[in-house]
Design a protein around this ligand. Structure first.
Ligand code: NAD
Ligand code: TYD
Length: 352
């Protein structure tokens, strides 16, 4: 069972599960602005795939669906995921990310109790894999890395809501014996990312000959991971991770935002040149994000040594693949409302 399977990362996970021929895959996704049926069109024909349009904030629905499908494992990705939106309207982040995770944990507990009450000796708990972010650890200076033991210091409403949900998962494992694994990953990029995050916004605006907004001086640093590498890591953690353990996942690909933007401009100059000038002429420095974390960087040693996972894609080739995908899939961008979204500056802190 995958929650949030119609979003950016969840859909990559489902494509990987389909490729690995998992017998039955249930996607629980209410289809917010960030989730769309167009994202999983091909998988709709896979015989073992089923989409349940349900809200993780609906506790009864979560209990009903877990009872109905009796999953071996739940990969929980459904969330409000955009920092800028969390600055403009934190409420949805609290209800979906915290209350929604709580509902799923309680539904899992009910299902575990039901299985325990059966006389069958071979019963197994539901494995609950909580997918989280490195942003729960706060921000780094110029050196150092986030480790699994780094203190939680979230700075945005988004990261605070994810941190809260991580704590709930830990507590359910410690108190109720729920079989949990948690993974905290760095910034993802790749196909099907909603055009409100940095990379798809830059691609879209460049192609539209619009200004390319770089927050502050563009010197903030992120550690970029190609989304299919994240999906592979998640399937390893779900299948082989040690119960109660956290795994950090990262791309070993730190770049300043300005470097990322300039790389995209160079690739576009190569494959879709402008009539006059270069795309980098469109780069514009704009007002910074409030509470903007300076640097994220992951030490992914644990998942590498314990589960043998490594990122396969290099940033230079992955970004080119991503840009080519967006060029070839403008229909998808239009269907999900990406053109409108990419134009809109969010995150300057209006109230709800
Ligand atoms: P996304 O915003 O692209 O997709 C989220 C999905 O969840 C959408 O399909 C949406 O419809 C669904 N959803 C939202 N609220 C729901 C609700 N109440 N009930 C049911 N479904 C709901 O997000 P993403 O970028 O794919 O991120 C997936 C997960 O990975 C999130 O938990 C996020 O915190 C985490 N994560 C993301 C990144 C990143 O770089 N994008 C990095 C690390 C961790
Ligand atoms: P984003 O993709 O929103 O991811 P996150 O905030 O989770 O890291 O932003 C990545 C970085 O890019 C972040 O430092 C903010 C910056 N940024 C811009 O400079 N311009 C933009 O238009 C956007 C959306 C982000």
């Amino acid at each position: 069972m995958v929650t949030g399977g119609s979003g950016f990362i969840g859909s990559a996970v489902i494509r990987s599960l389909v490729a690995e021929q998992y017998a039955q895959i249930v996607n629980i996704d209410i289809l917010t602005y960030a989730g769309n049926e167009a994202t999983l069109l091909n998988e709709a024909c896979y015989p073992g795939y089923k989409h349940e349009k349900a809200d993780i904030r609906d506790a009864q629905a979560m209990r009903r669906l877990i009872k109905k499908y009796q999953p071996d494992a739940i990969m929980h990705l459904a969330a409000e995921s955009h920092v800028d939106r969390s600055i403009d309207g934190p409420g949805e982040f609290i209800s979906t990310n915290i209350q929604g995770t709580y509902n799923l944990l309680e539904a899992v507990r009910t299902e575990d109790d039901r299985r325990l009450a059966l006389t069958d000796q071979s019963w197994r708990r539901v494995r609950f894999h909580h997918i989280s972010t490195d942003e729960v650890y706060g921000t780094l200076g110029a050196s150092g890395y986030f480790h699994e033991e780094s203190p939680y210091q979230p700075n945005s409403p988004y990261s605070a809501s994810k941190a809260a949900s991580d704590h709930l998962v830990r507590a359910w494992a410690e108190t109720f014996g729920t079989d949990t694994v948690v993974s905290n990953c760095s910034n993802n990029y790749g196909p099907y990312q909603y055009p409100e995050k940095l990379i798809p916004v830059v691609i879209h605006r460049a192609l539209a000959e619009d200004v390319i907004p770089v927050y502050g001086k563009g010197d903030n640093i992120r550690d970029w991971l190609f989304v299919d590498d994240h999906a592979t890591a998640l399937i390893e953690v779900m299948g082989r991770g040690e119960s109660g353990r956290t795994y950090n996942i990262g791309g070993d690909s730190e770049r300043t935002n300005l470097e990322v933007v300039e790389t995209i401009c160079r690739v576009l100059d190569d494959i879709a040149p402008r009539g006059n000038g270069t795309y980098s002429d469109l780069i514009t420095f704009v007002q910074d994000r409030p509470g903007h974390d300076f640097r994220y960087a992951i030490d992914a040693d644990r998942i590498k040594t314990e589960l043998g996972w490594r990122p396969q894609e290099r940033f230079e080739t992955g970004i080119r693949r991503t840009i080519e995908w967006y060029l070839a899939n403008q229909d998808w961008v239009n269907v999900v409302g990406g053109a409108h979204s990419a134009k809109k500056r969010q995150g300057l802190g209006g109230s709800e």
